[in-house]
Structures are given as structure tokens and as C-alpha cells.
Design a protein around this ligand. Structure first.
Ligand SMILES: [Zn+2]
Length: 359
């Protein structure tokens, strides 16, 4: 293996239509075709894509074993890590959506094995990031520290085959960087934290790159989304934490995730909606952002996520306690139903203005 283990920057990166069949050629070009390679994939459509990867590797004389993961749990990561040790695996190639990538990422990190990311959906910024979102042994979803991939291949043709809702969630997660970065800067201004302006800038630029995205279908839009999500991951790797891409809006989402009586929604949609609320509190909600929400069909009301006002109120109250050390615009606030109604009516008045202006 000549791969730069645990490097912040993936040494191999390809974003184009039809690059999956070239996986082995790309890996050989950087000297990454070990004898013991494990493909980690899901049970759904990604299994077909794993077959394409296996064929590509076989064409270069590399036999690869396959592990199918389905749970996205810490328990499943333990089983995968045991296999990596037992079979002395030298490199993991993860092919699938967020659940597959996060499972492979965390297991590979725990045993010190390099991994390559081949995302089949672009639903969140975990594609190239040092953070794995997994369900822990107590049933609660947690963000766990892991390692960056040494290589990333985004076959835009595969991404286009995934449901459009996954890309909408991906755009939502990316746009939520705007409130996260504002929280970080406000936190520094209030003397709570130090903001690393370089990683904040990268996260902010990544979000702004999709403000003008016209659609969720064209190859140009998908490549732009992939670049933005990868930049978000790099911002987190440089910062050494999720802070540039995870602020008050993510804490609201975590609070919703921790409740068993709340409807399950895509992470990117939850943080996108929550971001509208926290940007309003921060005084940073822009017409440009609202126009993007309307154009791309991002959620602008709790009902779009199946949430009641009571559930949202509880999540706002509980959000700061999901990450006690992280100061955000929600820190120290307590919520009442009239306060939430006021906040929602401010957001909806701004939305109505934007809708009128675009008619
Ligand atoms: Zn996120």
C-alpha cells in the first residue's frame, strides 16, 4: 500500500459520469491495488454497483471479497471491524449511500485501515468527512469521530439514478452550513469558542455554491452538489470537528432524532428546515436562500416534515443539551408556544415576500 493513511485530503478524487468502471485503473494509477481488499456495500441498488467495481478490479487481477451492511449501527461496525482484522484486509472500498459509507468509515478507522468512498447517493456531507453518523448500542444516533477516505469516486450517472429526494436532502445539509458558520462566528464574538476562519470560509463557500443551483437533475447540478459536499467534509477535517457544518440547526435535528415519537425524516431535510429558524434568530436569513428553498422544494414548515408544533417546541428546548459544549444561538434560550409562533410567522412573512417577488 502506498496510500497516505489518515491524510486530511483524499489523494484520489474523480467526479464524472461513468467513472465507476474505471475504479481499478484509477486505484492502480496511485498504487492502491492490495491483495486483500474488501468491498462494503448495501443490499439495495448499491449491490449492483459493487458488482461493477468487482468486475473492474478483477480486470486488473485483484480478487475482492464483499460484505453487505444494512443496519448503520455501532454493533454492525464491530462485526465488520472483526472481519477486517480476521482477514487482514488492507483496503476497504465502500460503495453505497450514507449508511454504508459511515459503517465502513467507522470500522476502517477503528482498525486503522484505509478506505475509499464511492457514494451512490448525495444525501449529506458525510461522503468525505471524518465523522460517522451511527445508531449506538442504546438506540440513539450519534456523530462519531472517524477518518477521511484516501480516495473518492463520484460517478454522477449513478447519483442521477438515486431518488431526487436524496439530492434535495444533500442540498439541505449543504445550505445548513450557513447557520452553522454564523453560530461559530457568534460563538467566538461572545468569547465562547475560537472560530477557525479558514475552515469556516470553505464551509460557507460550499453552501453558497448551491444557492444558484437551478435543478436537482442535470449532470452540472449533480457535479456541483458533489463538489460542495466534498468541500464541507474537507472543512470539517481541517477544523478537526464538525463545527463548520454543524451548529444550532444540527442540534435541533439531533433532538428530533433522539425522540422515538417523532416522524423520521432525512437528515438534510431536518437541518434545512431548522436552519430557517436559526438563521432568523441570527438575523442572517436572506431572500436568496429563501428563493433557493422555494425553487428546490426544501421544507419551510414543520408540517412538511410531519412535525407538530409541540414536537418542534420540544426539539428547540432540548437542542442545546444534545451537545452541551457547543455554543449556538439557541444556548440559554427557553421556548414557549407563542415565541415559536412568532418565529414561524417571521419566516413565513419573508417567504411570502419572496414568493410574490418570483411570480
Ligand atoms: Zn449534516
Amino acid at each position: 500500500m502506498t496510500g497516505p493513511a489518515a491524510s486530511v485530503f483524499p489523494a484520489l478524487m474523480r467526479i464524472r459520469a461513468g467513472c465507476l468502471p474505471d475504479l481499478a485503473t484509477e486505484m492502480a494509477a496511485v498504487g492502491w491495488l492490495p491483495r486483500r481488499l474488501l468491498i462494503v456495500t448495501g443490499a439495495g441498488p448499491s449491490a449492483r454497483m459493487a458488482a461493477v467495481a468487482r468486475e473492474s478490479l478483477a480486470g486488473r487481477g485483484t480478487t475482492s471479497a464483499t460484505e453487505t451492511v444494512t443496519e448503520g449501527t455501532v454493533e454492525e461496525c464491530s462485526r465488520l471491524a472483526q472481519r477486517l482484522i480476521a482477514e487482514d484486509v488492507e483496503l476497504v472500498v465502500a460503495i453505497g449511500g450514507g449508511r454504508v459509507l459511515d459503517t465502513a468509515k467507522y470500522a476502517a478507522c477503528r482498525v486503522g485501515v484505509d478506505w475509499v468512498a464511492v457514494p451512490t447517493t448525495l444525501a449529506n456531507d458525510g461522503v468525505v468527512s471524518p465523522v460517522a453518523s451511527l445508531v449506538d448500542r442504546d438506540g440513539v444516533r450519534r456523530s462519531l469521530a472517524a477518518t477521511m477516505p484516501i480516495g473518492v469516486l463520484v460517478d454522477v450517472a449513478l447519483i442521477a439514478d438515486a431518488p431526487v429526494a436524496t439530492r434535495r436532502a444533500g442540498v439541505g445539509d449543504l445550505l445548513s452550513n450557513l447557520s452553522a458558520v454564523t453560530d461559530w462566528r457568534l460563538s467566538e464574538a461572545g468569547g465562547h469558542d475560537r472560530c477557525d476562519e479558514f475552515s469556516a470560509l470553505i464551509a460557507e463557500q460550499a453552501a453558497e455554491s448551491v444557492l444558484t443551483t437551478a435543478d436537482l437533475e442535470s449532470p452540472r447540478a449533480l457535479a456541483g452538489l458533489a463538489r460542495g459536499l466534498i468541500m464541507s467534509g474537507l472543512a470539517m477535517a481541517i477544523a478537526g470537528s464538525s463545527r463548520p457544518c454543524s451548529g444550532s440547526e444540527h442540534l435541533i435535528s439531533h433532538a428530533l432524532d433522539q425522540r422515538l415519537d417523532v416522524p423520521k425524516n432525512a437528515h438534510g431535510l431536518q437541518v434545512a428546515f431548522a436552519s430557517l429558524l436559526t438563521l432568523t434568530l441570527q438575523g442572517e436569513l436572506t431572500d436568496e436562500l429563501l428563493t433557493t428553498y422555494v425553487r428546490l422544494g426544501l421544507p419551510t414548515a414543520p408540517s412538511a416534515l410531519g412535525l407538530t408544533g409541540e414536537q418542534l417546541l420540544r426539539a428547540l428546548d432540548e437542542a442545546p443539551s444534545t451537545r452541551p459544549g457547543r455554543w449556538t444561538v439557541l444556548s440559554g434560550r427557553s421556548w414557549t408556544a407563542p415565541a415559536l409562533a412568532d418565529l414561524m410567522s417571521t419566516v413565513h412573512a419573508r417567504l411570502a415576500e419572496v414568493r410574490l417577488a418570483t411570480v
